[in-house]
Design a protein around this ligand. Structure first.
Ligand SMILES: [Zn+2]
Length: 466
């Protein structure tokens, strides 16, 4: 079995920092050995990585990505191969992507289809959530088989009528079934019925620019849907995870539910922490680059999201990575913002962007690791295999240089998309080395991984439930 010794670094986990060396044997972490002044311990290894002055982190876990997701006859432009490679460049070693049930199809056939897309193509490990868009007796029955197959989180939509939208009654049925199975319902919480009316009114009035994507999806309608989802989950006694929370109204609803002890959790995404409605309003259709749902919010929401991350009312930061090129993709919506493909690239930059929160004093170092790796692992049944630097865990390890600087740009990123949402942004900190199950995938500006190294992760249940 080949061994790797990572020496001289500062191991950062959700529980704190420690000057320690990490011994990797094969695919697993064999030992974490604290360094003490005056005590010299020598360990032999096939390969030594000098991490002096660097952080040694558990690999990032991005629980919300959409690789090659079908959308209006086309697909999001990162494949499982290009998307997982880009993730590794940014220090993410696990993704949980969404299999998408089309109306009239079965969950199990959908799962097979997604396995076929990902199998043999991923640079890092991956799991799946299941998007439920057709609630019927077969679907409800198949949810149990999905859980047995390691897919125990089901995403539903209160938005997108006619596509993914589920009625409150359908949501309740799926929640009751999830509750029986111990599974978690993930919710896109926006009131799509009301939003569709606002969109129609805007278009009728000739308001077609990208900024109206934001203005026709007001934060109040995210707050309302979030509250409604929480109420339905309470009635069904079902664990609920609000995806891509963007608005302070929604955060208030989540905080209130958590204060009463309900099993309600939420994630936000870097775009809601760093970008705003002002970006959607950029002139000459550039705003289309920032069209995603929920939309970017007025700047004042950002402070409450950072606060929510500190208080744990927001437990996770994922990316909702769903890239469409500007040329021939976003441009489909020139003259009608409602036709702009919804989604933004981001899988590569989550760890770096959150590190800016550490640099700016908005997050502690352990909290950075917690929201980006440890909590996602616990929330979606991957811990302690993933999400921690400890003996017995997978050797998914990132060596991070907190002093290095970089400039984000489409010219240098590795995502398969022709623009960066953060073009020109200066970042302090950078990934030096990424290991996935003991194999070096990224090292000092070089990709050393391979498609097919990444394996499917059958996940357990949410570990925050009693
Ligand atoms: Zn999404």
């Amino acid at each position: 079995m080949s061994t790797t010794l990572i020496t001289g670094g500062t191991v950062v986990t959700a529980s704190g920092t420690q000057d320690a060396d990490v011994l990797v044997e094969g695919e697993k972490i064999a030992m974490v050995l604290a360094r003490r002044p005056g005590v010299e311990v020598t360990m032999a290894a096939d390969r030594i990585i000098d991490a002096t002055g660097k952080y040694v982190l558990p690999g990032g876990i991005d629980v919300h990505t959409h690789m090659e997701m079908p959308f209006g006859g086309t697909f999001s432009v990162d494949t499982f191969e290009t998307g997982t490679r880009a993730a590794a460049w940014g220090g993410t070693t696990t993704i949980v992507d969404f299999a998408v049930q089309a109306k009239g199809t079965s969950l199990l056939a959908t799962l097979d289809k997604w396995h076929a897309k990902a199998d043999g193509n991923c640079a890092i490990d991956y799991g799946f959530h299941m998007i439920v868009s057709d609630v019927n007796d077969t679907t409800l029955k198949e949810m149990e088989a999905c859980v047995s197959a390691g897919v125990n989180s089901f995403k539903m939509f209160m938005a997108y009528p006619g596509v993914f939208y589920a009625t409150d009654g359908e949501i309740l049925l799926a929640m009751q079934q999830a509750a029986r199975l111990g599974a978690t319902i993930c919710m896109h919480a926006e009131n799509g019925i009301a939003i569709d009316q606002l969109v129609a009114q805007a278009l009728a009035a000739g308001r077609t620019d990208p900024v109206y994507h934001g203005l026709t999806r007001p934060p109040e309608l995210e707050g309302e849907a979030t509250s409604r989802a929480i109420t339905l989950a309470a009635v069904a006694a079902c664990p609920l995870y609000i995806v891509h929370l963007s608005a302070s109204q929604a955060l208030a609803a989540v905080a209130q539910a958590r204060d009463t002890g309900q099993n309600v959790f939420a994630e936000t995404c870097p775009q809601y922490l760093y970008l705003s409605l002002d970006d959607l309003a950029r002139p000459d259709f550039e705003g289309a680059k920032f069209v995603a749902s929920p939309p970017l919010r007025p700047r004042e929401h950002q402070d409450s999201l950072w606060r929510g991350l500190r208080t744990n009312d927001l437990s996770v930061v994922s990316t909702d990575h769903c890239p469409f090129c500007f040329k021939d993709g976003k441009e489909l919506g020139r003259g009608d913002f409602s036709k702009i493909p919804n989604g933004m690239p981001g899988v590569e930059h989550r760890m770096d962007l959150l590190h800016q929160g550490v640099v700016a004093g908005q997050l502690s170092l352990p909290r950075w690791v917690e929201v980006a790796s440890t909590t996602p692992a616990r929330m979606f049944g991957l811990y302690p295999r993933k999400g921690v630097i400890a003996a017995g865990s997978d050797a998914d390890i990132v060596i991070y240089d907190p002093q290095a600087t970089q400039t984000l740009s489409a010219a240098t990123h590795h995502m398969n998309v022709d623009y960066s949402a953060y073009e020109g942004m200066q970042i302090t900190g950078r990934v030096v080395t990424t290991l996935s199950r003991g194999s070096v995938v990224i090292d000092d500006g070089e990709y050393l991984g391979r498609a097919g190294h990444g394996t499917f992760l059958a996940r357990g249940l949410n570990q925050y439930l009693l």
